[in-house]
Design a protein around this ligand. Sequence first.
Ligand SMILES: [Mn+2]
Length: 202
Amino acid sequence: MRVKVFYHDKCFDGASSAALFARFYRERIAGDADFVFSGLLHRAGALFDEAAFDGDQNAIVDFKYSSSPKITWWFDHHESAFLSPADAAHFEQEQSNRKFYDPAFKSCTSFIAMIAQQRFGFDPGPLADLIHWTDVIDGALYPDAKTAVEMQAPAMKLTMVIESAPDQRSPTTISRATTSSFRIIFIPNPFTAWASARVAFA
Ligand SMILES: [Mn+2]
């Protein structure tokens, strides 16, 4: 079973949502599932490439609604989740119990955790730290200005990596970060004042 997970790319909540969804899916839906992660970005023109929805199951997390019949799971919490009134109406007709929307949630990660627990018996306990930090980061609920500025907490450092990552490995990075210790390596860029950040696992 090949499950393709489309997530909001270069975004901590997007990557966390994809990682949490994969863990929930493997624990409560199909233990033999293989996951392919595919990042999505907001851009002008068509957001989705219908031909890319080629998994046995195709999920979208922390990103806009698609009415494609190939999309079998969807979770989002953005106010602007629907591209058109027709998409919103399509979602209203939805009967699958696989597509969920609640703009009251600070992060899509905490939303998926709640739905997975209440409707599918998933235990989000081992991911409590990840869920907490995703709410902090996506909801900009920094405990104080110093935390926001210095980005010292491990999750803040991961955020820097995710949001500068030029590739689609972020959900895998987050998954590993929830189960092993890691450190952040900064690689100076000779052409700009910025350093790029990479995760190294212990
Ligand atoms: Mn989000």
